[in-house]
Design a protein around this ligand. Structure first.
Ligand code: 1PR
Length: 548
């Protein structure tokens, strides 16, 4: 499409958006100079990361004034996430004032009543319809779910937002503006490029739409406060542990309690091979996974940044998978063979540019937590530097704990829980020891210490594995999950041990987690993702319906 431009200020994953636009049959050019903005016939402004960083970049690059001018011309504009927030007057997230096109201030969700960030799939309530040819609702549907990831939102105000609010969304006890439209200015708080086929339809409507000609033909059809309800769903995540096998091919593998080698009679214990990462990720997208996570499980072996094979896996996956992608393994300072040091922040940036939405940090988070507990914050950890530029929601902490049994809580200084089953010597209690290097080394740090320290450093989500449960198909470690959930306000993903659909029901009934992850049962075709979702629906747990 000639004249279609993207305003990118260099923060985060815009590759997925470009891939989605290409997939819909359009090419897009990047704004590289302020004067390009007024050359555009259609302009997309995806915002990722922190609001202050976005406003600063708009001003520093000289984009703010031409952007306001463009918006006043009436030509089509689409903002996404922070790209929508910048249209308002300001944000509690930073002192920087917004473009002031729409009245209202972006405010932080209240973490006392729900997990913050709001991360996952939620519904919308469409407020407008049009009698003209133009679909002012941009194909947004009350029946669909869209992918949100943000800690700040604009609380809906029926007077202030009468002209602008296109949809609202309820998260817990709060109703916020989830998309806006007036004339040809359209913006969404959610990510259409990450919202599966429902999101692609919204994007397509913007790309192919003729534009609003007569604003009088648009009518407000609903008062959102009357029928609003929280339609936030529980996420089902497929996880792919990736490593090179003995032939050097990158394969998806799966361990039993982190041991990924087959036990063969001839002693040639090969790495278990369950498929190719890109193919498997596409399969899970088609089957309705709400997110896909890749863990590079041998990343503790140093690898030059440019050669990291996971970068290519991400690039190719993001061409066909339109749900959020997380990448873990090796997010830390990396040293090239020539001695060049790449800080973790740079490593993460490379992953975001290759199509990742979140990075997951394992070993380095343990070291950062130890340092934080000993010395306090220094602003230099991978968690802090990545969260500052890309937002807390982009930083996941992958926890690899194992049980350490004790007879009595007084035997350890660590935080203990009552074990659901006694230990090998009849011990009634255990604490969860953090490990590094894929479980190879235990540290003098318990999971509570780790997750609270990481939350304080700015992490946005916890991926909670359990080495004792991994690959056992015996169900999730509920006492560990409840313990972590009670300690943090950020979302928690339960991981390790899923063996049947009942285990998903159990983890959502007995804990308050936002998401459940599984690997082995999906890879081995033992339990399809759809079967998990059908079962959860039948027992009243809200999940996203997979649209095609
Ligand atoms: O330390 O930042 O380089 O990250 C390394 C990452 O690799 C960590 O996230 C760590 O969890 C992961 N990892 C390292 N070694 C292994 C291994 O298996 N040998 N995989 C490993 C961890 C655990 C889960 C698994 C669930 C669900 N895999 O992700 O997918 O337990 O399995 P299940 O449903 O089959 O029970 P760094």
């Amino acid at each position: 499409m000639p004249g279609l431009y993207m305003l990118d200020y260099g923060a985060g994953n815009v590759r997925s958006l470009v891939n989605a636009i290409n997939r819909l049959g359009h090419d897009i050019q990047y704004v590289s100079d302020p004067s390009d903005i007024l050359k555009a016939d259609k302009l997309i402004f995806p915002g990722v990361g922190a609001y202050g960083h976005a406003m600063e970049a708009l001003h520093n690059k000289g984009y703010a004034a031409p952007l306001k001018e463009y918006l006043a011309t009436g030509r089509p504009f689409m903002g996404i996430c922070v790209g929508m927030q910048t249209l308002f007057e300001g944000s509690d997230e930073s002192d920087a004032s917004g473009l002031g096109v729409i009245p209202g201030i972006t405010k932080k969700f209240n973490p006392a009543t729900k997990a913050v960030p709001h991360m996952g799939w939620n519904g919308v309530q469409v407020l407008k319809e049009s009698s003209s040819e133009q679909d002012v609702s941009y194909n947004l549907k009350d029946s669909s779910a869209y992918y949100f990831v943000h800690s700040y939102a604009v609380p809906y105000d029926s007077q202030k937002h009468k002209e602008w609010a296109l949809t609202t969304t309820q998260y817990g006890d709060e109703i916020f503006v989830s998309s806006v439209q007036k004339g040809n200015v359209f913006a969404t708080q959610f990510h259409p490029e990450k919202s599966g086929y429902a999101g692609l339809r919204v994007l397509n409507s913007f790309l192919t739409g003729k534009g609003v000609v007569d604003t009088n033909e648009v009518t407000l059809i609903k008062d959102p406060t009357v029928n609003s309800k929280d339609r936030f769903t529980k996420r089902i995540i497929a996880c792919l542990d990736v490593r090179a096998n003995d032939n050097g091919d990158l394969v998806v593998t799966k361990g039993d309690q982190y041991d990924v080698r087959e036990k063969s009679a001839d002693g040639q214990d090969d790495v278990r091979n369950l498929g190719k990462p890109v193919d498997l990720a596409k399969r899970y997208f088609d089957e309705g996974a709400d997110e896909v996570t890749f863990l590079n499980i041998t990343s503790f072996r140093n690898c030059p940044l440019g050669d990291t094979p996971m970068l290519e896996v991400l690039r190719r996956t993001s061409e066909t998978v339109f749900v959020p992608l997380t990448i873990g393994g090796g997010i830390r300072d990396v040293v090239d063979p020539d001695g060049t040091v790449h800080p973790a922040f740079e490593v993460a940036g490379e992953y975001f540019r290759s199509g990742a939405d979140k990075v997951s940090i394992g070993s380095d988070a343990v070291y950062a937590a130890e340092k934080y507990l000993a010395e306090g914050k220094d602003g230099k950890s991978a968690i802090e530097t990545i969260a500052k530029a890309y937002g807390a929601q982009a930083v996941v902490i992958s926890v690899d704990p194992r049980r350490v049994y004790v007879n009595d809580p007084s035997e350890t200084t660590h935080h203990v829980v009552k074990a659901s089953q006694p230990g090998p010597q009849g011990e009634q209690y255990c604490w969860y020891q953090c490990t590094v290097k894929g479980g190879r080394e235990g540290r003098d740090l318990d999971v509570r210490q780790l997750v609270t320290a990481c939350e304080a450093l700015g992490a946005g989500e916890i991926l909670l594995n359990c080495m004792d449960r991994d690959g056992t198909n015996s169900g999730y470690e509920l006492e560990l999950i409840n313990d972590v959930k009670a300690a943090v306000d950020i979302p928690v993903i339960a991981s390790s041990g899923a063996g049947n659909v009942g285990h998903f029901e159990e983890v959502f009934a007995k804990t308050n987690v936002e998401a459940a992850l599984a690997a082995g049962i999906f890879h081995r075709h033992e339990v399809p993702i759809q079967a998990v979702k059908d079962h959860l629906t039948s027992v009243g747990v809200a999940v996203r319906v997979n649209e095609t």
